[in-house]
Design a binder for this molecule. Sequence first.
Ligand code: SF4
Length: 377
Amino acid sequence: MRPGLYLHVPFCRSICPYCDFAVTTGRPMDREGFVESLVSEMRLWDLAGWGFDTVYVGGGTPSSLEPDQLGRILGATGAPGARVFLEANPEDVDSDRARRWRDLGAATLSLGVQSFDPAELRFLGRRHRAPDAIRSVETARDAGFGTVSLDLIYGLPGETQDAWRKNLEAALALSPDHLSCYQLTVEPGTFLGRKRARGELAELPEEERADLFLFTHRYLADAGYPAYEVSNFAASPEHRSSHNQKYWRHVPYLGLGPSAHSFDGARRWWNHRALGDYEAAVGRSERPIAGEETLTAMELALEAVLLGLRTADGIDLALFRERHGFDLVEANRDLVARETSAGRMRVEGGRLWLALEGLAIADGLAATFELSPVEAR
Ligand code: SF4
């Protein structure tokens, strides 16, 4: 796989109460200044030399930029022929904009639908309503997007399986090509996090969250949308996100824009999170890097296990051995025997992967792996 380019647009029309991303509302002149900074940051890198075959414009809300601003950004990527992914919020989608995004080369449109329930949309602080979401999918289709993806959030306080099923039904009625279903996580420092700290927000109990997770995977698989990652479901393999799969397979990627992270196979670095710090560094013709770390061999192996276990393809054991220098199954004979006999793990055809019951506890399972060869202990 060739490297991927991620571009972070830090603007949203309003800030959702659960949002923990590097975002700001900003004025039109702030957006214009940011576009200039991002294009300048691109010039500080030999982008053509990276050989990107995917470009993902995320945020924030990329659709809050004008199409000609997005055009200037995409025109500076030096990645002709790359598959372009664009995130948009339903209220920004109209036929003129959708057509212009297509003209800019965007092939996948990810729509931040989150819910079709009016009360849930209000709780999530979203600006659109269910009819806007439905119209945005139809408009994207009419504009010729080959892959239309919907983002949904579940596990809201008090949410029942029935309520979540209705959301999934509404989503499937639109025949999307791809779905991303994330559980609501309440982060400290967000509006919801402060409510929780004051005792004004009761999160869904862990057991109910786990039940919803299992229900989601079974329901979508039965409907023809098998999971290919713990939160991602595709109607067919060609609609899987070729960009996000790079993150999960430890393929190098470059992230530009405030807070964006990059990875070259061993080293990870990240940009300034605050827009002012980011723009000041770019204004000095410096790469706006705020920090970096070089992963140890063991950290790289742990990440490979953690990321691989969260995907339906699992871990390619020969590739793991080649990259990390030891046999993962041999080093974890007892763990693998226990989990396979419990039906949570499978080892077959040179791969190790998790059954649904294992996927539900993937992070915990990953933490129990021994990450050094038997002879080194
Ligand atoms: S639209 Fe998305 S990125 Fe923007 S504030 Fe809401 S959750 Fe955050």
